[in-house]
Design a protein. Sequence first.
Length: 95
Amino acid sequence: MRRIFVNSIEADVVAVRGDRARHLARVVRIRPGESLEVSDGRRVFAGEVESTSASEVLVQLNEELPLPAAKPAVELLAAIVKFPRWETGLEKATE
């Protein structure tokens, strides 16, 4: 399912305007009735396209989706080594 990002979600209907709307309408060719995920960066909603035009796409929000679990932190442990090897190990770990 395609996910779009908006600045804020304040109501049950979200209006996507400007270049994003033109991209959805002309390039993606999204049509009324198609499903989307809409996110403001903090929350994610499942929605359905109500109407499309080159200047505005209206999406009806249906339900809030659960956020995926946070990824575990990665820890790197290295033995005490001489500086040249430490530098090489650090370089390889960051690549």
